[in-house]
Design a protein around this ligand. Structure first.
Ligand code: ADP
Ligand code: NA
Length: 328
């Protein structure tokens, strides 16, 4: 296909994706199906870089795939698969580990954040080399673009660097990818602390797609807002209100200025109540669709097996070429 190729992955490390995942990344995955040749994976290999429970991982991998389908990833238009079902990921990862400098890998800020405040013997080597597995994920499919949140930009840069290094040393093998970051929603903030990003590690301020919608509406009604009373988008002085406006705009397709105009003279309470309703309306059909996939496990298995097979046909070709170039 002449369309530019896209690869992205998401970890099955939570019971549910959250609004930040959706608005910062997944909604772009869905949109890119119209214009790109899209490869999407549930990256369960990444999920074992931290301590995990096997039964829970298996369950979350399925629920993650079901959520992607429910959000609009179409398994006929996209190659949707589970990373561990495509062994080429770990095979190429080793090769790329041997391309990376130790210092270079040590500069990955996400590792620094995730390993901070832990004894080094409790941090796995896999957590350290995680970005290089991500490099392999991307390069196997010769992806041109990688839709990610801002926090992943550095890993895409690393991918470019290692691909370039391999190509220079062994001959043209890999496409150099670019990060594709949705500007407006690159970062959705925590509802309780609108200066830090919404993340599954801080449940109080996170809207989970699969939680009881009433709970989501309640979290939004009790979101931290700012002093003053005017509903205006001002990230510096009104991070809380601005975050709510960003979410509102992204979920409804209405522009922020038109929302500001609508809420002129109204209070924070009105905005929060309405946004709560918008969120309930958004998640309700998604939850029903997820349940549909979970109720038919044989069908879900079939979809994922077919995705893995299609992924392997591309990945094995790249791996064969890379192996040949390095002398295997
Ligand atoms: P978390 O930060 O909750 O651990 P992940 O790291 O698994 O989430 O992120 C999965 C995807 O969602 C990544 O592409 C990431 O950039 C994006 N993402 C996560 N949190 C946010 C957020 N608050 N705003 C925008 N994008 C986000
Ligand atoms: Na993260």
């Amino acid at each position: 296909s002449a369309r530019p190729r896209v690869l992205s992955g998401i970890q099955p490390t939570a019971d549910s994706f959250h609004l930040g995942n959706y608005l910062g990344a997944l909604r772009q995955w869905v949109a890119m199906q119209e214009t790109h040749d899209t490869y999407y994976c549930v990256v369960d290999l990444h999920a074992i870089t931290v301590e995990h429970d096997p039964a829970l991982l298996r369950q979350r991998t399925r629920v993650s795939a079901a959520q992607l389908l429910a959000l609009g990833i179409d398994p006929d238009r996209s190659v949707l698969f589970v990373q561990s079902q495509v062994p080429e990921h770990t095979q190429l990862s080793w090769v790329m580990e041997c391309m990376a400098g130790f210092g270079e890998a040590s500069r990955m800020t996400q590792f620094k954040d995730k390993s901070a405040r832990q004894a080094m013997d409790r941090v796995s080597v896999g957590l350290f080399t995680y970005p290089i597995l991500q490099v392999a994920d991307i390069l196997l499919y010769q992806a041109n673009y990688v839709p990610v949140g801002e926090d992943q930009r550095q890993h895409v840069e690393l991918t470019r660097d290692l691909a370039q290094r391999f190509n220079t040393r062994f001959g043209q093998t890999f496409t150099l990818p670019e990060a594709f970051i949705v500007k407006d929603t690159a970062k959705i903030y925590d509802l309780q602390d609108p200066t830090s990003k919404m993340s599954k590690s801080v449940p109080a301020g996170v809207v989970e797609l699969l939680e009881d919608p009433k709970k989501s509406a309640k979290k939004i009604r009790s979101a931290v807002t700012d002093t003053g009373r005017e509903i205006v988008y001002d990230t510096e002085n009104k991070p809380g209100v601005s975050n709510l406006l960003t979410i509102y705009s992204a979920l409804t397709g209405r522009s922020v200025p038109s929302l500001e105009a609508d809420y002129a003279g109204k209070g924070y309470g009105d905005l929060k109540k309405d946004l709560g309703e918008v969120v309930v309306e958004f998640v309700t059909p998604i939850q029903a669709a997820v349940q549909g996939y979970l109720d038919d496990p044989a069908e879900l298995d079939k979809v994922l097996a077919r995705g893995a097979e299609r992924a392997r046909s591309v990945a094995s070709e790249t791996l064969t070429r890379a192996y040949d170039r390095i002398g295997f």
